[in-house]
Design a protein around this ligand. Structure first.
Ligand SMILES: Nc1nc2c(ncn2[C@@H]2O[C@H](COP(=O)(O)OP(=O)(O)OP(=O)(O)O)[C@@H](O)[C@H]2O)c(=O)[nH]1
Ligand SMILES: [Mg+2]
Length: 188
């Protein structure tokens, strides 16, 4: 049987407070390395990656060209993050497991994302699990955020590499699945 190939370009944003590890997670995904002296991102930087997801049961293959937007966590009054969030198809919202206050801040990022991009697939990543004190984390708050914004929760560490690639992949699979669920010809 001939395979239907669906080709898509998808914009994915990494969001979260300064220093939570957005750039480090992306670096781990793209280069497989970690820099303990990673510098703060200025503005945003965009990297490309292509992934292919096969659905033999649907006789289909989704070729995703991902544009990965690593966005600074620093808020500047003169330039809103909304400009960066326009036309986003999916996001990884990151919190720092060693700084519990960054968890609550994900609500602002999720609100902003929703206001600009609507209901898109989101993975909430609790990064820096290698130095976290799990007892200090408000797990109920985490659960409420995930239910309220319909996002999946993952724990990870850019330093050790724990669950980094699989967290990104979970989002990519969601984007691919979405593309196949729309009526034929509707995906672009
Ligand atoms: N121990 C530990 N440190 C990490 C981890 N991820 C990132 N870091 C460190 O945390 C600091 C901030 O990481 P970045 O990746 O620059 O954070 P960011 O979210 O991109 O920050 P902005 O670009 O300023 O918004 C750096 O010193 C990283 O080396 C992790 O999983 N474990
Ligand atoms: Mg950064």
């Amino acid at each position: 049987m001939e395979r239907r190939v669906v080709r898509l370009v998808r914009k994915v944003c990494l969001l979260g407070e300064p220093g939570v590890g957005k750039t480090s997670l992306l670096r781990r995904l793209l280069l497989g390395t970690f820099d303990p002296e990673q510098r703060a991102t200025v503005g945003a930087s965009v990297s490309d990656r292509t992934v292919v997801v096969s659905y033999p049961e649907k006789g289909a293959e989704v070729h995703l060209k991902l544009r990965l937007w690593d966005i600074t966590g620093h808020r500047r009054p003169v330039m809103s993050h909304r400009t960066f969030l326009r036309a986003t198809h999916g996001a990884l919202v990151v919190a720092d497991a060693s700084r519990p206050e960054t968890l609550h801040a994900t609500i602002d990022w999720l609100d902003e994302l929703k206001g600009e991009a609507g209901e898109v697939p989101v993975i909430l990543i609790l990064n820096k699990m290698d130095i976290s004190d799990i007892e200090r984390l408000d797990l109920e708050l985490l659960r409420d955020i995930c239910v309220g914004f319909d996002c999946d929760l993952r724990t990870a560490s850019a330093r050790t590499g724990q669950d980094v690639v699989s967290s990104f992949q979970q989002l990519f699979m969601k984007l691919a699945r979405r593309a196949l669920d729309v009526p034929s010809g509707g995906a672009q």
